[in-house]
Every structure is written in C-alpha cells, then in structure tokens.
Design a binder for this molecule. Sequence first.
Ligand code: CP
Ligand code: NVA
Length: 323
Amino acid sequence: MQDFLSVADATPADLEAILDRADDLRLARHAALAAGRSPVTADVLDGRTVALVFEKPSLRTRASFEVGVHELGGATLPMWNTEINLGGRESVSDVARVLARYVQCIVIRTFSHDNLVEMAAAVDVPIVNSLSDHEHPCQALADLQTVRQVFGDLAGRTLAYVGDGNNVAHSLLLAGALAEMHVRVVHPDGYAPDDDVVAAARDLVGEVGSVSTTTDPRAGVEGADVVYTDVWASMGQEAEAAARATAFDGFRVTTDLMDLAADDAIFLHCLPAHRGEEVDAAVIDGPASRVFDQAENRLHAQKALLAHLLGAGHGSSRGTARP
Ligand code: CP
Ligand code: NVA
C-alpha cells in the first residue's frame, strides 16, 4: 500500500493489520495515561515529518493527526490553502513535488479528489486523503475500529448509513465491503452514493458481506447493528442547505428509527453533528451513541495508518522524494 486516497487502496489484509495495530495503540495509550506515563512511542516515525494540508475546516482531523504524529515521534507541517493556493499560485503536482523534498508524507484535505490523484502521480512519498468530495477513508478506519471495539468482530455485522450518499458513505461502503460487513445506504431520491462506488464495493465484498441501497429508512435500519449518519449538507454545499433540509425530511435518525435496529445497536456519526437535523439529541446524546469513542479512534486509527505506510520494514523508497 503506497498511498491512502481511497479505502480501496487497502487490501483486506491491510485493513485488518491497521485495525489490529490501532487497537494495540489504543490499549497501550490508555494504559500509559492511566499509569501516569507519557503516551509517546517515539520509535515509529523516528523524526519523520508529515505535512498536513487543509483546503477545508477541521477539528478532529487536524487535532488527531497533530497529536498522533507527535506520539509516534514525528513532526507535523500544518498548512492552510490560503497560503498555498493549490492550483492557483502553482500547479497541484508542483506543490506535491516541492513538499516531497521536505516531508516524508503528505496528508491533505481537499475539495477535488483529482488533486489527490495528481499528487500521488507526481511523488513517491505517501499521500493520505484526509477528506475529499469523494471519500473520507481515515474516518472509515476509525468507524470500523469503533464497531469492532463494541462487538468484537466485523464480518456479518450490518451497518445502516442513513443520509447523503457522500464522501463518508462512499468510504463506509468500501470499508464495510472489505471487512465482510452488510452495508446498507438509506438515502432520499437524488442523493444516492455514486454508482461506481457501489459497484466497486460490490466487487470487494467477500463471501459474507453485502452492499445495498434503499430510499426506505425503516426497511434500511431494520435489525442493523450500527446506525450511522452524517450532515445533510457537506462542507462546500452550504448554499444547498435549505433545499437539502426539505429533501432529507424523514431521514433524521430519531429514537423511533433506532428502535427498529437491533436491541444492542449503536449510533455513530463522524461529527460535526447538527442536533435536530440529521439526528435527534436523544439519540446522539443517548445510551446507544458511541460518537466520542469514534472521534477518539481517529487518533489510534491514523497512528496505525501512518505506521503501516511509513514504519520500519515498509519499503525503502517510501518517504523519499522522487528524484
Ligand atoms: N470527522 C471529521 O473529519 O471531523 P473534522 O472535519 O472536524 O476533521
Ligand atoms: N460529509 C462531511 C463530513 C465531515 C467530516 C463533509 O464533507 O463536510
């Protein structure tokens, strides 16, 4: 695995190794903090620098990568697009070629997924997608880690995603398929996930899992182990918020909808959340909610991802700039 632009860049074995490592890191960190010891394990990144480039706002992604790289013994170079002006001041590939001379990994949150593809084609240092309009693969790692933490397994579990067929839905479709889960996307007419992502997820499904879409929230949530939602208007879609609020009427995750899921079902949300829009406060602040464990797992999952991409024994050319 050279880059992580999409969940589909990972094999089932990559995904399992990352999730196993993420759990080891979670337990070791909790034990260290409980014993009053430092959570830093400086042997993994060993002084390497990771650029964090943001074209959109962030709380969890910025904080978890900053803390995670620090705890792995690396350094971060955070940069905002107001200073870089991707594709305006200079081409996306020139930005990547220059950064690759300074840093050993580029983590980027960008509007156009094409920017990630262009960067990955231009340099040999790993490129990590920390959210594009097409996918949010780092989020999906933390999501699956959270499901596994609660239920102890993933294969055969049913995840019902209720809402927009967006970047988060795309990554969940692919990650769930890789993990042999049953993934159902429940969306209003006109807001389905992209056909090519659904087809790619179907291709990845092993013997146990499945991928389906429906416009019926009650049927989609029936018996699910995990009910997941995201905002109705993603970053960059603010002007569509009113039209989307109308289109998504009936797709709010309420306690009534949760009652249709399995008795021990959990609720997940990538956050930020809008209580009273895509989810009721009684659900996200209620006993089934695991959203803050999920947010914490961004830290562990991304540390595991960086160790997988950059750690010792992962290829001599990784983390060096192409000549
Ligand atoms: N879930 C998530 O990616 O949060 P941020 O946008 O705050 O990074
Ligand atoms: N779909 C949302 C996810 C935010 C973490 C967005 O792209 O804004």
